[in-house]
Design a protein around this ligand. Sequence first.
Ligand code: C2E
Ligand code: MG
Ligand code: MG
Length: 694
Amino acid sequence: MNKEGLILIVDDDISSTKILRHLFRDIYEIEEAVNGQDALAIIEQKADALSAIILDVYMPVMDGYTVLERISGNEKWKNIPVIVMTSESAVESDQKLFDLGAHQIVHKPINAGIVKKQIHNIVKAYEKHKDFIQISGLERTLIHNTTNTFICVYDFHKKTAELGDNYQNFVSAEFQKVFAQYPFQIENYVLPKNLETARHFFDVEHKTEEYEEIEIRLRVDTVHYKWFKISMLLNNEGNGYRDHAVILFTDIEKEVEAKEKLTFMAMNDMLTHIPNMRTFSIHVRKMLDENPNEKFYMLTMDLYQFNLVNKLFGYGEGDAILKYFATKIQELIEAYDKGVYCRMASDIFYACFSEQEDLQEYLRVLRASLRSYPIKFELRLCAGIYIIEDKSENVENMIDCATYARNEAKRGLLHEEQYYDEHLREKEYFETMVISEMEQALESEQFEVFLQPQYDTFYEKMIGSEALIRWNHPQKGYLSPGIFIPLFEQNGFITELDYYVLKVVCRTIRSWSDRGIEVLPVSVNVSRCDLYDSNLIERILKTVNAYQVPHDMVEFEITESAFISEKELLTEFTVNLRKEGFRVLIDDFGSGYSALNSLKDIQVDVLKIDIKFLPASIKEARASIILKSIIEMAQKLGLDVIAEGVEQKEQVELLETLCCDKVQGFYYARPMPIADYEEKVQSNNREKEHWGNE
Ligand code: C2E
Ligand code: MG
Ligand code: MG
């Protein structure tokens, strides 16, 4: 069994030694001596291991007083607790023993139970702090250069302090002035922020705790501070008087740095170094609780089509933009009285600030800084705003509401910000459904290609069709592309869907050919997102050629807005398509963006004018003037024009007067399933044959 320590019993009275041995033999190792001289010989050998000495006063050869004197006078031994047994009961004799360094006095005849307890307590306390106490002795020199610690020993009797020789490895030489007098002159050496704590800690003379620690920053040279752990052990004399305090200064700069780094990592976003979502939630909650009578904005922001920045310019550039944007958000919010912000993930940032601040101005400044970022890409900020009325709501909920609003803002071309309102949540549910089901829907052929016939009014015949996608949802019925295409453009699924449409169109043309049905060109819509697929042309060619479809039977429509935002990609795309013999159409020409300018740089074959995009009613002179000039310009440029969205007889008549004879619209036919379209082509041909035979 491991014993708790080693005790030396020094007594010439064999019977008393016997009692003590009996008392302690199970707990401690025991050494015995019958006089002072033998005792000193044992102490000499085993000082390090000794936990306590039980010493009789009157002995032959050398008495207890002399032993006590020797022990106290020896730096290495002086802290070993000495419990003196005496048969004298005079106070003066006790005082003398204490003065000589006794820790405890036990009067003979001893009470075994009490002595056992007393000695046990003393040994326990000594063992606990033995290392410190030893350091305060000769060992203090050992820590010179070998550890990250220096030592200071304060003597309560002399009221002086002594520093370990190695202290200059840590702090400047003047540091010793701190301890030149009591109270210690710490003011110039402790970071002002830590001064109060330090003062309290160094008030050694009024301490009640035996052992204490603090972590504060100390000045190590003229300007720099470093973190130190300061541990202090107060050593009492056995009589309850203070003897000395051992103060250890441990340089913990590296540990604190590592700890701070960890805390920083836990609280902040690693890329931008601004707070992360966790910190944001905590700070928002605190800010709301502290300002119960104020309203706040919850704002979520992201950059429109930021994934394209990564694709086109690489992740390095993407990261640089995020960092730049984060500092702008930070600069703005930090100027506010009450405001917090964070980066949630990728290009998503949150901010929450008082309604008294100017939200519009905030967004304006952020947008301006994005515009001034040097990149050939329009960095557009989308923002969702939720006004926090009920502060008891949880923060995640508030963020959700602002996020619904942001998603809504994203959809509009011009609506770059949106306030939250209740119906958005329902819409969001619906959209989540759309996104979660899209892949499965494509696999199970829920997407159906409809064809809308196009006519030549002059020759009165069908000249082709446009392929338009429909989602035949098992529960919700037919969903129009206006609902799901903007979502698919956001998540990139549109490219898969467009390939699917192209495949169905090619397969259909092949089957018309094989079944002897007249083949007329079919145009398919190309989303601007498709342009970022680097294999676009190869994939198109592969599909068209796989079904052996003549290239003049498939046409490609691209909306006008792409002619501005994706001009370079589009130029390359149209050049390659036309080289392969495909016709290219500009869809929705005149729908709001001035594509006229692009016409000089990008070669296309057909302008598709959607009549509903013309300003005001078609009856108005201005509208017809615009239409007329577009048609004339197209003719001069050698481009075909096709008018779509034709619904009324007057529109047909107007188009006739303007010599625009290619049309598509409900007036003639709605988009229809392929089988219906085939039926229409065949019946048209039967009619023609019928007339031809007459
Ligand atoms: P779009 O390419 O401009 O297609 C014409 C839209 O106008 C179609 O709407 C068509 O049904 C509708 N339309 C045709 N005639 C009339 C008319 O007389 N009056 C009115 N009010 N509307 C008429 P739809 O099918 O809802 O498609 C909407 C848009 O969705 C399309 O506009 C196109 O941009 C997009 N889209 C449809 N299918 C696809 C597709 O397969 N791929 C891609 N990328 N986009 C598609
Ligand atoms: Mg179209
Ligand atoms: Mg159109």
